[in-house]
Design a protein around this ligand. Structure first.
Ligand code: FMN
Length: 183
């Protein structure tokens, strides 16, 4: 039997994906924002969307800089993810607070990426959609990279690397080994 789920919690039914860290920066300010609400959007051009609360510092910085970077953390960075999600970049320098290393982007994007992450997608802002209390930032992929030991045959190898998956609130689970479906 199914039970009714409050509509404000409906997002939790689909909120089980990999956690990403969005970096945003403008002039001398930067932030690292854990994000569970994001999606690949198009192959041509390669595009992704990230949904960030309008009130977040990251939203303010992305609107000003017109760019952002998606950083993919490994399970070993879970505590740092929590630190980055517990405070706004308006109050602290999250790179220092979480002991993460800012690294220059590969492309012309000026926003730093997180060196400790196993994958990074550098994006220039394509468009912004207002969706209630969030902005959906649409980014065109300018450059993407992944740790070669973990990204095999164009996909993550979950046998070699544990990724952080999010259920909601402070609940997470590790990726498990993949299976290949039969035709
Ligand atoms: C695991 C996790 C997932 C989160 N997912 C999102 C999200 O998808 N969208 C969002 O706006 N905030 C999300 N947050 C909240 C922000 O990361 C958090 O409020 C952050 O401190 C905002 O920082 P900023 O003000 O520097 O941008 C998440 C937090 C955690 C811990």
């Amino acid at each position: 039997m199914k039970k009714m789920v409050d509509e404000s919690k409906a997002s939790r039914l689909v909120n089980c994906g990999m956690i990403i860290l969005v970096t945003a920066a403008y002039k001398d300010k930067s932030t690292i924002t854990p994000c569970a609400w994001y999606l690949p959007l198009s192959k041509k051009p390669p595009s992704v969307g990230v949904a960030l609360a309008k009130s977040h510092f990251s939203s303010e910085l992305i609107k000003k800089s017109q760019e952002f970077i998606i950083n993919i953390p490994h399970w070993s960075l879970l505590e740092k993810v929590i630190v980055c999600g517990s405070v706004s970049g308006r109050q602290v320098d999250k790179f220092k607070e979480a002991h993460l290393t800012p690294q220059k982007a590969h492309s012309l994007v000026k926003t730093p990426k997180v060196d400790e992450c196993v994958g990074n997608i550098e994006c220039s802002l394509w468009d912004i959609k207002e969706v209630g209390d969030h902005y959906l930032f649409l980014g065109e992929v300018i450059y993407a990279e992944a740790e070669e030991d973990f990204f095999i045959n164009d996909m993550w190898d979950t046998q070699r690397g544990d990724f952080i998956f999010h259920l909601g609130s402070r609940f997470f689970f590790k990726s498990s080994p993949s299976i290949e479906a039969r035709k």
